[in-house]
Design a protein around this ligand. Structure first.
Ligand code: UD1
Length: 423
């Protein structure tokens, strides 16, 4: 039975909800548990499909992974039994490649399937490989696998300049460097809050790291690391998705468990659209405006506008007053959901990595297919303001990264239901 989501035109969203733990943080923290010859406890872990896949990857490597409370995962990495992350799992979730750095750091060897393309672009891995080579590893690509072998005595600290602040490459290099000899300097490092969460986790494990939140990180490898109990940061993209939903429906919601600083540019864009925002210490309240104004968006590495919020804003722009240009600078092929939105009546023309969105459309409910995780969420948001019924299919994409998406929206008053259909 494949599930789908049915959405009716909904009233203004109203109420309060708590953000789940960040998908893009927890997957990397789970990979980092491989560095610890002991137990890692992660709290505020979301129940999402990607966490299950990462658990399977770690189990194949010999980590004992158990839910020890509703949102608490305990990972026992005392005895690793393999250093191979197989294709069947890596193909399901590209973030599995995060074990490349931690396996290389702990075991001195790693064999990880090449992830290949995915539906938002080719997502290359050359910077991860060049970085590991700079730490002294020999890297060979054979039979669809990346094979990493550290020199005798293990990886050695080095200076690694990144040509682009890649999140994945920065994370893999931090993890590899955490158990290398000496100090590694990563220049032009990514600065996403999830990187800072990984740095905090490793500092708690006893790894000396300087420069958290900046584009230059200095990691001094530790020969021994301690067991860690760590609380995952709130999911800024999940929180941002709900805030856009509230803005689109002219609602009034408060999201708790999220640092407003992590969403600064997103909140500014929502203000430019007319919403009023109140930033709390660990919460954000949004009061929607009666008239939503279109805004231009340009995705960039953090602290720029996140690529993971592009689709949700395009859905909002499609129904806002005025025209806007959405520029996707991080990934190719990330406009696929625009065709589905077009089936609901949106006026969007794509030219390379630019999309021209003519707003002011009253969308009409239609059956649509979720092309990827954030595109799927954006189609659900469109369904909230469309006339009639929208059904969003292929929602396994949404399940990868949103915990209880329908229930959370329904708790704010959305007319939404998860349904099953025969295969
Ligand atoms: C990206 C996002 C991150 C988001 C995550 C999940 C950015 C900069 N990164 O991280 O915020 O949380 O998706 O959706 O917004 N690249 C190379 N060679 C490499 C590595 C990357 O050319 O070795 C290119 C990619 O093809 C892509 C860009 O760099 O065009 C960004 O990649 P990267 O930040 O590594 O992607 P993710 O780690 O998946």
């Amino acid at each position: 039975m494949a599930d789908y989501i049915a959405i009716e035109h909904s009233p203004a969203l109203f109420g309060r909800l708590v953000a789940s733990g960040a998908k893009n943080s927890v997957l990397k923290l789970m990979a980092a548990s491989l560095l610890i010859e002991g137990t890692t406890v992660l709290q505020n872990v979301p129940h999402i499909a990607d966490v299950e896949i990462m658990s399977q990857v770690l189990q194949v490597l010999g980590v004992d992974v158990n839910w020890t409370a509703p949102h608490e995962l305990t990972l026992d990495g005392h005895h690793l039994t393999s250093h191979t992350a197989p294709y069947e799992l890596v193909a399901q979730m590209r973030a599995s490649t995060a074990v490349l750095g931690s396996l290389s750091g702990r075991c001195g060897q790693a064999r990880v399937a090449l992830p290949g393309g995915c539906n938002i672009g080719s997502r290359k891995i050359d910077m991860h490989i060049a970085g590991l080579e700079a730490l002294g590893a020999e890297v060979r690509i054979e039979h669809g696998y990346i094979n990493v072998a550290a020199p005798e005595g293990g990886l050695r600290g080095a200076e690694v300049p990144l040509e682009f602040p890649s999140v994945g490459a920065t994370e893999n290099l931090i993890m590899a460097a955490a158990r290398a000899q000496g100090t590694t300097i990563i220049k032009n490092a990514a600065r996403e809050p999830e990187i800072t969460d990984l740095v905090t986790f490793l500092q708690e494990a006893g790894v000396a790291i300087e420069g958290a939140g900046t584009s230059e990180l200095a990691i001094t490898g530790a020969t021994a690391v301690h067991e860690v109990c760590h609380r995952v940061i709130g999911d800024r993209i999940e929180a941002g998705t709900f805030l856009v939903a509230a803005a689109m429906t002219r609602g009034d919601i408060e999201v708790e468990g999220i640092d407003p600083e992590h969403l600064d540019v997103v909140l500014r864009k929502l203000e430019m659209m007319g919403a009023q925002i109140e930033r709390g210490d660990d919460s954000i309240r949004l009061y929607g405006a009666d008239e939503l104004k279109a805004v231009d968006i340009q995705t960039l590495p953090y602290p720029g506008f996140p690529t993971d919020m592009q689709a949700q804003f395009m859905a909002a722009d499609a129904v806002a007053e005025g025209s806007s240009i959405v520029t996707e600078n991080v990934f190719e092929n990330r406009f696929m959901f625009a065709d589905e939105l077009g089936r609901m009546g949106a006026d969007i023309s794509i030219e390379g990595h630019y999309a021209l969105v003519k707003g002011g459309t009253l969308l009409s409910g239609a059956p649509v297919v979720s092309p990827d995780l954030r595109g799927g969420a954006a189609l659900v948001l469109a369904g909230l303001v469309a006339e009639g019924t929208t059904t969003v299919h292929d929602i396994y994409h949404i399940d990868r990264g949103y915990e209880d998406f329908c229930d959370k929206l329904a708790s704010l008053g959305a007319r939404i239901e998860r349904c099953s259909e025969p295969d």
